[in-house]
Design a protein around this ligand. Sequence first.
Ligand SMILES: Cc1cc2nc3c(=O)[nH]c(=O)nc-3n(C[C@H](O)[C@H](O)[C@H](O)COP(=O)(O)OP(=O)(O)OC[C@H]3O[C@@H](n4cnc5c(N)ncnc54)[C@H](O)[C@@H]3O)c2cc1C
Ligand code: FES
Ligand code: FES
Length: 474
Amino acid sequence: MRDHVFFYLNGRRHQVRGEAVFSSLTDFLRGDRHLTGTKVVCAEGDCGACTVLIGQPASDTLRYHTVDACIYFLYQLDGQHVVTVEGLADNGRLTAVQEAMVGQHGSQCGYCTPGIVLALTALFEHQHRPGIDDLRLGLTGNLCRCTGYLQILEACLSVDPAALVPLAQRYPTQAIANDLREQTQDPMLIPHGRRTVFAARSLEEALAFKARHPEAVIVSGNTELGVLRNKKNQDPLVLLSLTGVPGLAAIAPEDGAIAVGANVTWTQLERFARDAWPEFYAIILRFGSPQIRNVATLAGNVANGSPIADSLPFLFVTGAEVELAGRRGRRRVAIDSFYRGYKRTELAPDEILTRVIIPQPGRDELLRLYKVSKRNDLDIATFGAGVRVKRAGDHIERAWIAYSGVAPTVVSLPRTEAFLEGRPFAEETFAEAGRLARSEIQPISDVRGSRDFRWQLAENILHKFWFDCAAASV
Ligand SMILES: Cc1cc2nc3c(=O)[nH]c(=O)nc-3n(C[C@H](O)[C@H](O)[C@H](O)COP(=O)(O)OP(=O)(O)OC[C@H]3O[C@@H](n4cnc5c(N)ncnc54)[C@H](O)[C@@H]3O)c2cc1C
Ligand code: FES
Ligand code: FES
């Protein structure tokens, strides 16, 4: 059993024990290591000023992605290589991305600049010459309040790919990957004062720990928990990490369905959904930012049980199930029976959510997903909807409807579904169904929208579904 976190920082080995293990990566970098290039503005994953690169062993090298260091904690860094803005230049020589930002005047006060440089570095690591849409999307997690994005985008477009030095040339990534693997084989158990974090290396270990510590909070990407800690001072005393448990990071077919492991991130889902679930793919692109998607998991989204979680309308209308493992073995629960109330679920204290199993909708079925939010990017939903219809000729054979943001949990609309079944697939049918849908929900007013607005959306979205399907069939 290891009593320390092991990682590399800008190419140098680190072992950290004790209290520091529980600090945010920004506090560690700035306060402990005096690497103040990593900035903090919002401390809740919104602005990207704290963006750093995290390299994870992948075959014989490291694969880098961005994270928001303000909601990434030291215990999450185990077995990884973190690169900050100070770790980019080689012997004082700026990288091609940094040169471009200087040359195109992509920086004024400079507060956002290190984060933007690291976000761009990640983009160029993965794509030789990213297009303008990739660049825009790649920067949705980085706010600049004074330069304006024109110069920043011009800087991106002026980068000469031939002048880029990949991180695998800047650092001995193969040697680092091997060392990281070797040094982190054992599970990690770090008690300090009243706090403990345990990183299991097998599901059995994780379940045994959860049985001994039913109060343990499972930490996956930490994007929910990290914000609660920074903004609400909610700091669980016992943490259980599943990140090192093999087999939980897979997306695999199973009996006509797709099983998504508890460690699968939204970035992994994004790659898979591009071909498999185009409607869900469009929602994923609007989920958080690249920094959030790189670490946040589907399991965390489901287990958190927010009534506006982006995955849930899709999971409800496809009839997904969650797999729960505990002392008494494994069980499966239908997603629409999993929630007992606002952020309350069926999960027993000894249980872990291990997989989400998503049946594949039929190829001839119609499926549309909607997310209504104040901003297109990096915003959570005011209202969301999933609508799935199976047709038999001109009639509707079956319908599945789920709404988010209209009740303490995401809800199905059984009366509206029953109304649709057997009726003609026609505009009037959906207009009528929309009016009925209003009576099945009890929305509240909050900062994101009024009760009346949500009622109107609940009605209009079914009408819109008909128009969208009609337009697609022309
Ligand atoms: C800036 C920002 C933007 C965001 N944007 C969106 C958005 O657009 N749409 C959206 O829906 N959400 C959004 N979120 C919320 C959050 O990112 C998602 O809910 C995410 O999927 C949570 O996953 P995680 O792995 O980070 O969960 P964590 O924070 O690690 O955990 C969340 C909860 O789930 C529990 N949990 C995690 N894994 C398991 C498991 N395997 N078994 C049992 N319980 C488990 C934890 O104990 C905790 O209670 C955003 C958050 C931030 C900070
Ligand atoms: S400080 Fe804003 S995302 Fe971290
Ligand atoms: S340069 Fe000032 S916030 Fe971007």
